[in-house]
Write a protein that binds this ligand. Structure first.
Ligand SMILES: C[S@@+](CC[C@H](N)C(=O)[O-])C[C@H]1O[C@@H](n2cnc3c(N)ncnc32)[C@H](O)[C@@H]1O
Length: 484
């Protein structure tokens, strides 16, 4: 037996390449041993990692490799030999096809375990950082119906399940209203019941779908850019204010009828709006929003603070868990009444307003003009005067002149997008000396990179993962840093 062969058997005694389809191998008895940071199950052969969707650690399977790279395979399951003890029965009938809650087959306890593990691995492996013991991840009190906002897409071609196709019945091409199937911008999975948002979310979506079918309202075709019905956005607050926004390619009598019917069928909708989008993309930030009935905003509260939310506003989607996250930020920031705080990447200013009640002054910086306007509005709504919001790209706004003008911050809050912080911004932050930095991140990999770039003058005091999105692989992480 060759050395390679022995090595191979040592590493994966039950995994033997038995077939090659189109030069791509099948692997038998592959044991899933971990979950990758992007949520895919991981197995190993002698010289490659194998990524397989929809599995959990402990599963033993035969897989067909569908993509081969230098260091890894991507594969799909062909046969189960053993199902992992970590598995639970998914509660949603759309599980498997829907790109939404991909971890439903893993118990919530184990979801939290793997999220915590992901945070530790990213900080240590990518950042090569010295970290204290990570605090136990804060799980979400609600693991269903936790989102305050959902955006559905209409598509003239709905996704057909394999089982539907296998039944052999004639399949008529039909439109779907739901979520895009992972990796398919031109196919939408028809959703009948979604567990992400409270009622009447499902009732409204199903009503709209039925109405459109009965009235021959054409669903959008994203390849040919034909059809009228494009998107449906629903926001529901804790006090049950409901915003329903219909996005259409043209406004006509049938749309007016649909909105009129919606208003009658769902009198609980407090803000019924529509947007006409004739562009080839789905973004709405540059489009006018028309109010059909009710108000043009809804209101949510966080820890007693009021927030006005318009159709285009940014607002954290898991309201209850946002309070848990912000409470952690407040505790770590440990602000006193003389402190100047910079809230960088401030969105609609919710962290700024949360902390302003304890600080001398908070300055928020954010690139989206509309979010900055919302932040000012929310400050006024809450009679908070010790805040200032500045619109602009961080690397252009946060300069030495800015610091000379506004003062050296005592505390810095960082909450950047997934891509993390621009290296010029990191350099500037490293050169000023705040007492502490609280870095909130939805991507521990870029967080680890950024903290490493800050340099060795900073010590990590606390690492606190928070689960904002149950049944997904996403994890939020807060790190408290102090200058040594
Ligand atoms: C994760 S969100 C933070 C939201 C806010 N802290 C909250 O809790 O609601 C990141 C924010 O960074 C903003 N952003 C992205 N790139 C930016 C840049 N180059 N300069 C300033 N802000 C930016 C985004 O518009 C977004 O509002």
């Amino acid at each position: 037996m060759s050395a390679l062969r022995k090595d191979f058997l040592f590493l994966c005694p039950n995994t033997i390449i038995v077939a090659r389809a189109k030069n791509l191998p099948k692997l038998t008895h592959l044991e899933i041993i971990d979950i990758s940071s992007d949520g895919r199950a991981v197995g190993k052969t002698e010289n490659r990692v194998v990524f397989v969707p929809k599995l959990v650690p402990g599963d033993v399977v035969d897989v067909q490799v569908v993509r081969k790279r230098k260091s890894y395979f991507e594969a799909v399951v062909e046969k189960f030999h053993e199902k992992s003890k970590l598995r639970v029965e998914p509660f949603c009938s759309h599980f498997g096809s829907c790109g939404g809650c991909k971890w439903q087959h893993l118990s919530y306890e184990n979801q939290l375990y793997y999220k915590q593990k992901q945070v530790r691995e990213q900080l240590v492996r990518i950042g090569n950082l010295e970290i204290p013991e990570i605090r136990p991840i804060l799980g979400s009190e609600h693991t269903q119906h936790y989102r305050n906002k959902l955006e559905y897409s209409f598509c003239d071609r709905r996704w057909f399940e394999k089982s539907e196709i296998e039944k052999g019945e004639a399949i008529e091409q039909q439109g779907g209203l739901g979520f895009h199937v992972a990796g398919r911008f031109d196919r939408v999975l028809q959703i009948d019941n979604c567990y992400l948002q409270q009622e009447p979310s499902n009732a409204i979506r199903n009503f709209v779908h039925e109405f459109c079918l009965a009235s021959d309202l054409e669903y959008y075709n994203p390849r040919q850019h034909t059809g009228i019905m494009r998107n449906l956005m629903l926001r529901i607050t804790r006090s049950k204010e409901i915003m329903c926004v219909l996005i259409v390619a043209e406004y006509n009598d049938k749309i007016e009828q649909l909105l009129t019917e919606l208003k009658h069928q769902f009198p609980e909708i407090t803000s019924l709006q529509y947007i006409v989008n004739t562009k080839k993309n789905d973004s709405i930030f540059d489009l006018d929003v028309k109010t059909f009935s009710g108000k043009d905003t809804i209101e949510e509260t966080l820890d007693g603070l009021r927030f006005t939310i318009a159709a285009k506003s940014f607002f954290q989607t898991n309201t209850l868990q946002t309070e848990a996250l912000y409470n952690q930020v407040r505790e770590m920031a440990s602000i006193d009444s003389n402190d100047l705080v910079y809230d960088l990447y401030s969105g609609a200013g919710s962290i700024s307003l949360y902390l302003a009640r304890y600080a001398k002054k908070v300055i928020g910086v954010e690139i989206v003009e509309q979010a900055v306007q919302d932040a000012w509005k929310n400050a006024r709504l809450n009679n908070i005067e010790n805040v200032e919001f500045i619109a602009g790209d961080m690397k252009e706004v946060l300069t030495n002149d800015f610091i000379a003008k506004n003062g050296v911050p005592d505390v810095l809050i960082l909450d950047p997008p997934r891509a993390g912080i621009h290296k010029d911004v990191i350099e500037l932050i490293a050169s000023v000396s705040p007492k502490r930095i609280v870095y909130v991140s939805c991507n521990p990999a870029t967080q680890a990179r950024d903290i490493a770039l800050l340099g060795s003058d900073w010590k990590i005091l606390v690492v606190q993962p928070v689960d904002m999105f149950p049944h997904t692989h996403h994890v939020e992480n807060i790190v408290l840093l102090e200058k040594i």
